[in-house]
Structures are given as structure tokens and as C-alpha cells.
Design a protein around this ligand. Structure first.
Ligand code: PGA
Length: 257
């Protein structure tokens, strides 16, 4: 089954609203022609209104870096799917930085995923093991458990709107990426085959699964050449227009139908 690759730039706590708008104005025309790749940027919440305005008439989409499980109410600092809906297509949840610093758990990821889907948006669910878990040989079991927990109670029909990102924590922002083959093997057995066991072949073969962790122009081709990797969640290399446009171009070429 052909899966349209998705490249998402996760800007984390970088770029002011003005810088974000200037960035997408410069990026959009450069990547307009790569239609076989879905192109997404995830700026700070504060930039989402301006970025959404700047993206009108372009093929670029916006993502939020988080979204709450409740529809509204007494949740100081939080942002709901309904608030995000006019401005974004995707919401990243479960990022390892949120798991490490913001008490994100498998349970909150699951609740957020359901709320995002119910709100008409698409979650990008990030999972991945720590260095200690990797070295202890626990990667497959751990990532499987994260995937199963995140998808608990999500219907088969909603799965068409779910993206999962495999991001080994030891590869995020470290310059130390997994090899393409290693990432592909983990994605196949801990992610795609977990979805297969929970749902069916059609859903497992249709779901898009990104790799993330020190993706850059020099290793993008290696990742995009893998059969189970359908794009990338990119931090550092998404902060420069030329680098990020280059990643999209590589994905379009390697994954081109
Ligand atoms: P990185 O970040 O590309 O800078 O390693 C990836 C991510 O955290 O999503």
C-alpha cells in the first residue's frame, strides 16, 4: 500500500512568532512542488495563528507541539483540540521531552490522542526508548508497550488519521542517529507489527510511521530508503530553511512514486 511520507519539523521552543512566519513564507515556495510528501511545521503555540495565515494557499501544513485531553475547563496553561482546530492539521503528543519534563505518560498520551481525533485533528504520537533501555535489549518490548498504550480504545476507522513517530531518546539532538536498517527493523517489529496485532493488515500497512532523532540532510536518504519508514520528525535540521527544504526534497526523490 502506498503511504504518503510525512516530514514534520518540530521547532520545540525555538523561533518567535515573527520568525516562524518569516520562515514559512520562505519555505513554502521552495517545497511547493513536492506533492508526494506531506510537509508540516510545528511552531510554538504563539505562532500558530500567524503561521496558519501565512500558509493559506500553500501546501505546507502546521502542527501543534501538544494538545490537551479535555475539551475545556480548569487546566491552566493548556490548549485544547478545539482551540487548535482552526490553525493546525496535526498535534504532536508523547514527545520524549514532554515525557521527561512535563509528566507526559502513556495514559495522558492515550487520552490526548483520543481528544485530538475527536476534535477532527491528527495526532503524531512519539514513542522511543532511552539509551539504558536500548543497551539492556529492552527496546522492542518497551516501544511495543508504548504503542499499545497510546492506541488503547482508538477505533479502526480513526487509525487512518494517526501517525506514529519512532524517536529513540538517545538519538534526539545528540547527533547520534540510529542506522537506517536498525530503525527500520525496530519500526517494523515494535510499531507496524504491533498495530497489525491490535488491528489488521490494512491498518498496519496503511499507517504512516516516521523516524526521528538527529535526522539531517546527510542521513535522510538512508532513512527514506527503508521500506517501513514513511517520513521524519525533525528537530534541529528543521530550523534552517535550506536544510529543511533539502530534507523534503530528498524524501520526495527517494519515496517518489
Ligand atoms: P532532532 O530532534 O532532530 O534535533 O534530534 C528530533 C525530535 O525531537 O523530534
Amino acid at each position: 500500500m502506498a503511504r504518503r511520507p510525512i516530514i514534520c519539523g518540530n521547532w520545540k521552543m525555538n523561533k518567535s512568532p515573527d520568525e516562524a512566519v518569516a520562515f514559512v513564507r520562505e519555505l513554502a515556495p521552495k517545497v511547493q512542488r513536492f506533492e508526494n510528501v506531506e510537509r508540516v511545521v510545528a511552531p510554538t503555540f504563539l505562532a500558530l495563528t500567524g503561521v496558519a495565515e501565512a500558509l493559506k494557499g500553500t501546501e505546507l501544513k502546521a502542527a501543534a507541539q501538544d494538545g490537551h485531553w479535555a475539551t475545556d475547563g480548569a487546566y491552566t496553561s493548556e490548549v485544547s483540540a478545539a482551540m487548535l482546530r482552526p490553525f493546525v492539521s496535526y498535534v504532536i503528543i508523547g514527545h520524549s521531552e514532554c515525557r521527561a519534563y512535563l509528566n507526559e505518560t502513556d495514559d495522558t498520551v492515550n487520552r490526548k490522542a483520543k481528544a485530538i481525533l475527536a476534535g477532527g485533528l491528527r495526532p503524531i504520537i512519539a514513542v522511543g526508548e532511552s539509551l539504558a533501555q536500548n543497551e539492556a535489549g529492552e527496546t522492542i518490548d518497551f516501544v511495543r508497550s508504548q504503542v499499545s498504550a497510546a492506541l488503547e480504545g482508538i477505533s479502526a476507522s480513526d487509525m487512518a488519521n494517526v501517525v506514529i513517530a519512532y524517536e529513540p531518546i538517545w538519538a534526539i539532538g545528540t547527533g547520534r542517529s540510529a542506522s537506517g536498517e536498525m530503525a527500520d527493523a525496530i519500526i517494523k517489529s515494535a510499531l507496524r507489527d504491533t498495530v497489525r496485532a491490535l488491528y489488521d493488515d490494512d491498518i498496519a500497512d496503511g499507517i504512516r510511521i516516521q523516524y526521528g532523532g538527529s535526522v539531517k540532510p546527510g542521513n535522510m536518504e538512508e532513512f527514506m530508503s527503508q521500506p517501513n519508514i514513511d517520513g521524519a520528525l525533525v528537530g534541529g535540521a528543521s530550523l534552517q530553511v535550506e536544510d529543511f527544504a533539502g530534507l523534503i526534497e530528498i524524501a520526495a526523490r527517494v519515496k517518489g512514486q
